[in-house]
Ligand binder design. Sequence first.
Ligand SMILES: NC(=O)c1ccc[n+]([C@@H]2O[C@H](COP(=O)([O-])OP(=O)(O)OC[C@H]3O[C@@H](n4cnc5c(N)ncnc54)[C@H](OP(=O)(O)O)[C@@H]3O)[C@@H](O)[C@H]2O)c1
Length: 361
Amino acid sequence: MSINNTDEYYMRCALELSANGAECSPNPRVGCVITRGGSIIGKGWHKKCGGPHAEVEAVRDAGGDIEGADVYVTLEPCSHYGKTPPCADMLVSLRPGRVISSISDPNPKVAGQGFEKLRNAGIEVKTGVLEEECRWINRGFLRRMKEGRPWTMIKCAASLDGMVALKNGKSKWITGPEARTCVHELRAENDALLTGVGTVLADDPEMTVRYAAGRSPLRVVLDRTLRTPPKAAILKGGAVIFTLPSASSEKAAVLEDAGARIVRVSCDNFLGDVLKELCGMGVNYLMIEAGPSVTSSFISGGLCDELALFVAPKIMGNGRSFAGGAEFQEMEDIPRLKDVKYTKYGRDLLIRGLFECSPDL
Ligand SMILES: NC(=O)c1ccc[n+]([C@@H]2O[C@H](COP(=O)([O-])OP(=O)(O)OC[C@H]3O[C@@H](n4cnc5c(N)ncnc54)[C@H](OP(=O)(O)O)[C@@H]3O)[C@@H](O)[C@H]2O)c1
């Protein structure tokens, strides 16, 4: 194997380890592999926020002696004191021969300074190995750091004619059990699930992870006038309700008693401010499971990165289309998807792709 192939091979191992850190938000998912003489001597990944970083885990796994070894890490080693001391300093003191990394950390507290510390200490640093894959696995962290909003995925279940509910609001069940299990798996991959008060009133959803392994994400409701019923299932176990500054304080107090956290944001840039607040709550990944009104607002506002549309082989006729509230005058203005994948779940089809308007990572 050439050195480039070797570097890619070990970086891929580190990348696979990083995927274990699905619950480490708001921190990035990072994996680390340490090699010496062609063998892996240490492995680690960042398990949860506040816990040891991937480099520390891998050094421990290697027994502490990594002098002259190669350290493969999917993100630039940190250079600042956060909840743990700087990994770059630790590496400098342990004298590895090379540090091979993929991408620099966009966190302004790091932003190249981790690499600089290593280079200044005479350690060889190579960057850019499997860059695209490492960006993808940290798309939520990168989106939050660079755009000030989480990575947003719209999830809908629709009929062949694009309907998510009948005209009278009924929508249970459009897709089959296999697709619904997949939805719970998708939920578990996200930090927060967002819906609109229209869905809360129509369906009274719990929005928890029940048919898959993993924790239930933070639940979020957009409700500008506090119409959410205090007995709504989504409030059991707590939820955040975003509302306007003008919403009734009496209703807010009742909902707070029922388990809600009320957050008031400006009317002028409601969705933008909601996303900013969610970033402040450490949300890297947000799944939108709402009705046509909220879904359309996200699409019209160009605020979505990914679509997961489950299509059932059914026809619902004159119902409510999943993006029926969005309107375009020219064909060149309509949102398009790229990198589209098609997967069958029972009799249903999942169409999953990225919005072309989604900014580069
Ligand atoms: N098949 C599916 O995948 C699926 C998923 C979810 C829901 N549904 C169906 O969708 C139907 C409900 O649709 P819906 O459109 O009423 O529900 P929705 O989009 O979940 O909620 C709409 C409400 O959200 C509030 N809202 C807050 N901020 C908003 C914003 N920026 N843009 C738009 N709305 C905002 C508005 O009420 P305020 O102005 O009072 O804040 C609005 O009336 C139900 O029949 C439900 O079964 C289907």
